[in-house]
Unconditional design. Structure first.
Length: 81
């Protein structure tokens, strides 16, 4: 399973994004059942992404079914590997 931004870029852990116009970061992508961060989100939501937005909401989970529809999530850049 691969999640993408509206731009078509793949969503990856550590990505710098704009979330509702605020600088934020993708904390993790819940797609791998072996990942302890992802297991609960996969079982309950079919996967998704956790956004860290300390200036406004703290942490926000966007479920797999909502990612495509989310107009408030824009890719900015990749974290340095």
């Amino acid at each position: 399973m691969v999640f993408t931004y509206r731009s078509g870029d793949e969503i990856k852990t550590g990505d710098h994004v704009l979330f509702h116009g605020n600088a934020a970061e993708v904390e993790f992508v819940a797609v791998d059942p072996a990942d302890p961060n992802a297991e609960w989100y996969l079982q309950n939501f079919g996967g998704g992404i956790m956004i860290s937005d300390p200036s406004v909401s703290g942490r926000t989970f966007i479920s797999a079914s909502q990612i495509v529809e989310d107009e408030d999530l824009d890719f900015v850049s990749r974290a340095q590997e």
